[in-house]
Design a binder for this molecule. Sequence first.
Ligand code: NDP
Length: 375
Amino acid sequence: MKKTIGSSRRNFLYQSGLAGLGMTLFSPADLLPGSSSKPTTMPDKNGKLGIALVGLGNYATGQLAPALLQTEHCYLAGIVTGTPSKIPTWKEKYNIPDENIYNYDNYDRIKDNKNIDIIYVVLPNSMHAEYTIRGFGAGKHVICEKPMAITVEDCDKMLAAQQKAGKKFSIGYRLHFDPFNLEMARLGTQKVFGNLKKISGAFGFKAEAGQWRLSKQYAGGGPLMDLGIYVVQGMCYTSGMNPIAVTAVEGEKTDPVRFKEVEQSLSWEFEFQGGLKGEGSATYDALTNFLKAEAEQGSFELKPAYNYGRQRGYTPNGDMQLTPVNQQAKQMDAFALSIKNNQPSIVPGEMGRRDVKYLQAIYEAMRTGKKVKLS
Ligand code: NDP
């Protein structure tokens, strides 16, 4: 590890999103009391809110910063990095003034910077809690990447910090803004092909040795934390339900050196109300990527399902004919609009906490070999 852990538009987006499908997956009533009630201040530059990206790794560099050139309601105002050599390129490419550039030590001074409205935490998983809490401490709205944290206790601290700050909080769940995944949710929850009989999904890629993703301390777990979370999410929004119990098994560890600290692969089975089953798996040792729902009148499926784009969808009536979008731009614009209009985030911290709870339950089921009940 190179560092130590130190110290009436939103309605349109909402209509086109899960909530517009009349779903009750995650209603504002699920939010913690007070978490969306305080009016928010809104320093504004050309009508856009300023975002500071915290951690300039692959996702921030390859996806989020380019997406911020396509957003209508927010823009890249600042950066927080522990690697000074990255600064010149970012300064030049995104026209970032020196006063909007921070490191992890002087990060809290961002509270005095009126040009930064939103902090976007894009750090290794175990650092999400600290930098989200410090972001709220600086009086900013926060987007935190998935998984929200590595423990439910950390999620609770993050939500408490949000409540104290009276700011908005969102998780980087970009697929809630992807038309293909929204279509899966519509087909499933509106029972377009009848009641669901089974949902299945898998996500995997080959994780190279030597990165934080293979460190229990930094990642909190293996492919389940990083990739399985997409499958968990897909099952919830396609069924419109939350699971009530889970069983899980760890896959064979064929590379015990690379996977010394975390699982190489695992699979789980969710039980939903009414007997629906959800079979999921995640792996760091193979390429796999799908979300499938089997319904009374046929199956519908995305393959691939979780990419930044290029999803393909299949239904009993033919292939899905949908226009891809920039998921990250939509996601960040929706959050900026939720701030401007003082409305709850479509993908709030409470949803992130729910998912961390499910991930922990899957691990518990895997460790104990027993069924774990979920409230
Ligand atoms: P990277 O390893 O590419 O980047 C992480 C960055 O965090 C580093 O470049 C570094 O930035 C900073 N950092 C600070 N301390 C450390 C440390 N001790 N070890 C490593 N990095 C450190 O990771 P990703 O960009 O792939 O992932 C970051 C987060 O984004 C994760 O939580 C991941 O789950 C999430 N993610 C989400 C995706 C999505 O589709 N929603 C896709 C990919 C990732 P610097 O040098 O600037 O300090």
